[in-house]
Design a protein around this ligand. Sequence first.
Ligand SMILES: [Zn+2]
Length: 230
Amino acid sequence: MIILLHIKLNCKKCNGISVKNGFQSNGTQRYYCKSCKLSQQKSYVYKAYGKHISYYIYKLLINSSGISDIGRVLNISNNTVNKRILSISKQIKLPIFNETNQSYEVDELKVSPMNKYWYVTYTINKRTKKVVDFIVGRRTKENLSRVINTLLLLSPKNIYTDRLIVYNSLIPESLHCNRKNQINRIERYHLNLRTHIKRLNRKTICYSKNLLMLEAVMKIYFWGDSLSWS
Ligand SMILES: [Zn+2]
């Protein structure tokens, strides 16, 4: 009986019985769960397995740390950081807004000179300064209309934009304002983004190589505070 206890392990995923199943390349005993078919070890030496590592990644990411910075601080590999960022962003649910008759500002932020045609187009509530919707990618009519359509569903009072001509065809004239000095709040928000997100910093060698990662990082920055980190 004692021997049985020694060779078996309760699965960390499904709490089923795992049996010894060979060794890892570094010589550690490997266990295999018969019910969920997961291979696992009794304990791990790699830091990325730690419980709070996702929280630290989130905190560093929104405080102007790049992928390599996070990797060096937490002593985990860049690939792990990338994977974790994608998985954190997948956990974030899109916020639901139940507001009507509000004013919104829409603007586009150029990502960096390295990403020639990439923009972060987003919209904030003029009063609460909450980000309602965003899209990353080229500044096409199709992309912009997705952000604008989200706003139109909220039956807004006004929509403030810059003088990009595309907006004229997307926003009804009665709602649209594109005079000068009307989008001060979102322009200020741009500065926050440029300061708090490493890949949007100006005059650095940091930039996004992948649109998917950029989208994930923006989503985490805008709505990551809704996640629970217990
Ligand atoms: Zn299992």
